[in-house]
Every structure is written in structure tokens, then in C-alpha cells.
Design a protein around this ligand. Structure first.
Ligand SMILES: [Zn+2]
Length: 324
């Protein structure tokens, strides 16, 4: 097994309060299941470094980036435009109704984006390497110029364009199986023919877009509420031919696990074995097209037990290419 897991120093410090579903407990739950499964012992481990600010411009408007830094400074030092928790222990600058900056959030967001670039460096500098970024905040709702849905910077697009730029690649694929449509990712990569985006999501559902697609480099699989794993597998089956035809030089995964049947946020019926299956399929494509190179980044997943178990299934699938 050559999977390397990236974690970040501030990943468990970005904390918007006990009622916020995108919580530090998500990373603790993943770590618990990695330990319980024995995977933690056989994976490699690495610390993510904060991304250098200029790389954020691979996906974002410079004025937006500046505004996030300014709001983060407000969360630290200003008494204006803050919500004070009843505990009085921390203050938050809210960028939308559920996306807020407290004093550790900017560091966590920079490390989350940095993890993707660190992981790209690692998989590109060897062969048969896969990486998983167990970092937060997630990124796929962040658009070119706005924060949204718990996301500040679009980690997966930054990683994709970092790989294209730094390793002179021509084709990179992003696969997003989070239950929510990755509207930010689509917003940024639409029309960028170097990137193929394959995306499945509950529809109609938050963020209420994604179908029909906005550009020819995007393949969308909208799924109605109640969709089972069996139907999910049928509906995404064409992805693998599409990927084989595109011949990506690197596969990136926006790995959200909130399509799990136990997840409270949405209404799909996937189980761990479905995450094992899709991950193994993607590994098979990666073995054919790009020397096994995969970088997977955590997006959603809010039932803590299901999230931890699903990440284990994902890593097992990614590490076990089909032999038949
Ligand atoms: Zn989600």
C-alpha cells in the first residue's frame, strides 16, 4: 500500500461551534476508523503545509482572496461584523449563512488547499502513488469569487491547476461524488478543456444547479432522492470509458461521503461498498492512464460513523486495483 494521508495542523482547530455540521469531530471520526481498521498502520503519513498565497489565484479572483484575508483579520481583532457565541469564547466573521471565519479558519483553509498541492507533488514525483487529504474546510462550493457551503478556497481546482502548471500536464480529471453539486468547481473549470469534470449529485437539491451542465468538459450525473448504490453504479458506469478516452495524466477526487444512506444532510442511499467500488474503478483507470496517480481530497460527510467507515472503504478501494 502506497497511500499517503495528509493531515493539517489547524484541521481540527477550525471550529464554528457545536451545532455546525462541518466540525473538527469529522476528522477525529476518520482517524478513529483508520485506527480501528488497521489502515492507519500501513498508510504513509505527512503534514500539509499552508499554500503560498499566489497559488490561490489558480482558482480565485485576487480581490476575493484579499477579502477573505481581511475578514479573517476581523475575526481575530475587530469587534465589528462579528457574531459572538453565547459561550463568549470565540468570534466569527460570516461570509455566508453557514461559512464563517474564526481565528484558526484561515490557517486551516490555507493548509487544506496546501495539502492538495503537497499531495500532487508526492504522486507526480513517483509512480503508483495515491494520496488522501484528510483536511478541512472542504472546497468544492467555493466559486471564483465567493465563499459558500462551508468552503473558502476551491482546493480541488487549485490542485488540478497546480499540477497542470508545475508538471506541464495537458489533461487532468476531477471526479466529484459528494452528494451536493460542486458548483464552485464547475463555475471555475467550465470551458477549461485541460480538465474533465465528472460529477454526481442529488438533484434537485442544494446548491440547486448542475443540470444541465454549463460546458462540454463536464459530465454530470444528477440523482434523484432515494437513489441506491445499485442505481448509482449504473448511472456512473459511462464515466470510466470517458476517462479512458480522455487519458488523464492525473486523477483528482472530490471525496464527499454525504451520499451515504446514514448521512443526515441528504437523501441518497449509498453504503461503504459503493465507495469501495467507485474508488477501485478509478484506481483501475489510473493504472491504465496515469501510473496509478490519484489525489483524493475530503469534501462532505456528516454522519460521523458513516464518514469514518466510508473513508476506510474509499482508501481500501483506491489501494486495491482489480485483478480480473
Ligand atoms: Zn456535500
Amino acid at each position: 500500500m502506497t497511500i499517503r494521508i495528509y493531515r493539517a495542523k489547524h484541521g481540527t482547530k477550525h471550529d464554528l461551534g457545536k451545532t455546525h455540521p462541518e466540525s473538527p469531530d469529522r476528522l477525529f471520526a476518520i482517524d478513529d476508523q483508520l485506527l480501528a481498521s488497521g489502515l492507519d498502520m500501513i498508510c504513509e503519513h505527512a503534514d500539509a503545509s499552508a499554500i503560498a498565497e499566489p497559488y490561490l489565484q489558480l482558482a480565485h479572483d485576487p480581490y476575493y482572496i484579499k477579502s477573505v484575508f481581511e475578514r479573517a483579520a476581523q475575526a481575530n481583532f475587530s469587534d465589528e461584523e462579528k457574531t459572538v457565541y453565547s459561550s463568549g469564547k470565540q468570534t466569527v466573521a460570516w461570509l455566508d449563512e453557514d461559512t464563517g471565519l474564526m481565528r484558526h479558519s484561515l490557517s486551516a483553509a490555507l493548509e487544506s488547499a496546501g495539502a492538495g498541492c503537497n499531495a500532487v507533488d508526492w504522486v507526480m514525483e513517483g509512480e503508483d502513488r495515491q494520496a488522501f487529504c484528510a483536511t478541512r474546510p472542504p472546497g468544492h462550493h467555493a466559486t471564483y469569487d465567493s465563499a459558500m457551503g462551508f468552503c473558502f478556497f476551491n482546493n480541488i481546482v487549485i490542485a488540478a491547476r497546480y499540477a497542470l502548471q508545475n508538471y506541464d500536464l495537458k489533461r487532468v480529471a476531477i471526479v466529484d461524488f459528494d452528494v451536493h453539486h460542486g458548483n464552485g468547481t464547475e463555475h471555475i473549470v467550465a470551458g477549461d478543456q485541460r480538465i474533465m469534470l465528472l460529477s454526481s449529485f442529488q438533484h434537485p437539491f442544494y446548491p440547486h444547479c448542475g443540470s444541465p451542465v454549463s460546458a462540454s468538459n463536464i459530465l454530470a450525473v444528477p440523482l434523484e432522492a432515494g437513489t441506491t448504490g445499485e442505481v448509482f453504479r449504473e448511472k456512473v458506469a459511462h464515466w470510466f470509458n470517458a476517462l479512458n478516452n480522455f487519458q488523464p495524466e492525473l486523477i483528482l477526487i472530490s471525496a464527499g461521503f454525504d451520499a451515504h444512506a446514514e448521512d443526515p444532510m441528504a437523501h441518497l442511499r449509498l453504503v461503504e461498498d459503493d465507495y469501495f467500488w467507485i474508488s477501485q474503478q478509478l484506481r483501475e483507470v489510473a493504472d491504465k492512464c496515469c501510473k496509478g496517480r490519484i489525489v483524493s481530497m475530503l469534501e462532505g460527510g456528516y454522519n460521523l460513523s458513516a464518514l469514518g467507515r466510508s473513508v476506510v472503504a474509499h482508501l481500501k478501494g483506491m489501494s486495491q486495483p482489480k485483478t480480473t
